[in-house]
Design a protein around this ligand. Structure first.
Ligand SMILES: [Zn+2]
Length: 203
């Protein structure tokens, strides 16, 4: 597992309610055990169906959010949506600094884009489509309305990469992958390559 520069410190407490899955310390909260989820790959139908609204804002949700951040950092992503760990839920975590700045951590529950402006064409990838990238036009500025981990509503504005991450992750919550936004030619090429990889048992 690729470990970021921060070394994982031993877990101090005997908080051993952790499951058989590897529980490791998140870079930003070394004391708390978290679960690293495997990332669901393209081809799994859960990625193409809309998630259900988050309704319960409790300790379980906070744990899930911690686990999602840890899973995202472990996979070296800048955003992760719940369907990507097999949960059909309108929940996503984003950190375009890749864990470098704890204040850059963003949790969006039940997010909606309420304003978008401008256009930027940039290369994009997805943890669920590893090894493939493509150019996608996204708005340059995006304002999102969402709820935080406690269920409080807020609005957040993003520019460039952050605006792109908002769009990409909210797409996930609607069952849409970035492949949808590629040219048909590029999309078919990627899908054919994935099909081959799957036949080889490499997907
Ligand atoms: Zn993605």
């Amino acid at each position: 597992m690729p470990n970021k520069s921060t070394s994982s410190k031993p877990l101090p407490s005997a908080a051993s309610a952790t499951q058989e899955n590897a529980a490791v310390a998140a870079p930003e909260s070394p004391a708390k055990p978290v679960k690293i989820y495997p990332i669901v790959k393209f081809g799994d139908p859960i990625l193409e169906k809309p998630g259900a609204p988050v309704k319960k804002f409790d300790a379980d949700l906070e744990q899930l959010i911690d686990d999602m951040f840890a899973s995202m950092y472990a996979a070296q992503g800048v955003g992760l949506a719940a369907p990507q760990i097999g949960l059909s839920l309108r929940l996503t975590v984003i950190d375009v600094t890749g864990g470098k700045n704890p204040e850059a951590k963003i949790v969006l529950a039940n997010p909606e884009i309420i304003h978008a402006e401008g256009e930027v064409r940039e290369e994009e990838g997805c943890l669920s489509v590893p090894g493939f990238r493509g150019y996608v036009v996204r708005p340059q500025f995006v304002t999102v309305k969402a709820q935080n981990a406690k269920g409080e509503s807020f609005e957040i504005r993003g520019e460039n990469l952050l605006a792109r991450a908002f769009c990409h992750e909210i797409d996930h919550l609607n069952g849409i992958l970035f492949l949808t936004h590629l040219s048909m030619l590029k999309r078919d090429l990627i899908k054919r390559k994935i099909k081959k990889l799957r036949k080889l048992g490499e997907w």
